[in-house]
Design a protein around this ligand. Sequence first.
Ligand SMILES: C[S@@+](CC[C@H](N)C(=O)[O-])C[C@H]1O[C@@H](n2cnc3c(N)ncnc32)[C@H](O)[C@@H]1O
Length: 223
Amino acid sequence: MSPRSDPSLNEHHGGEAAIDLHSIRTFLRQWVRDPVKTASVTPSGRQLTRLMAAQLPRGCSRVVEVGGGTGVFTRALLDAGVARSQLLVVEINPHLADFLRDRFPGVAVACADARHLDVLAEERGLLTGGKLDAVVSGLGMLSMSSRMRCEILRAAFAALGDHGCFIQFTYGPFSPVRRREREELGLRMRRAGFAPRNLPPATVYVYQRLRSQQIASVRQMRG
Ligand SMILES: C[S@@+](CC[C@H](N)C(=O)[O-])C[C@H]1O[C@@H](n2cnc3c(N)ncnc32)[C@H](O)[C@@H]1O
């Protein structure tokens, strides 16, 4: 059954990011195929989804989501007011990318690696007229190598504006972006909150450029 032909998957169902049986089945099947990349047995729950969406900067318009899965964060981003034309979802798994395209008509979905998100955003015209306000990540960063994490963050901050933020959750007890990696990339971090009812419980972190770098870039612009 296609996601749109399943009434439980109607994206307006319940008006919020609801977990549905079809998504859970789809997700579980992809986890069996590739547990490392899929990184979780089920889609994120409502509490975690709300906590992620609550971190979007005020007046946020251009957004890239990486690791879209079955679209719980995508739904929440649209509900938070992000326009379909201003949202790009990057999902590496072709089955999940098709699922997302079917479920969210009008939203650009790239079946690609998050390491290229800056190029993808540029190609899709998302950076015309300004840089990104936020990158929302559903990636399982803990199961990635340090090198891969840094490549993804470099691509994200190449496309993000000065005050743009990278929003990430983790099932682990510490920031999935290590201190050494943050220092290397010139990032600061804020622990935004904990979602104890998520399965498994998860913590949300927000990464931004160091203030000194934001100020330097404003000075450069003023000449
Ligand atoms: C933990 S799941 C999260 C899915 C969804 N955002 C959620 O919270 O339910 C991670 C997702 O990231 C995708 N993924 C893993 N590595 C990726 C990469 N390098 N680029 C893009 N997507 C990736 C997986 O296929 C999977 O759908």
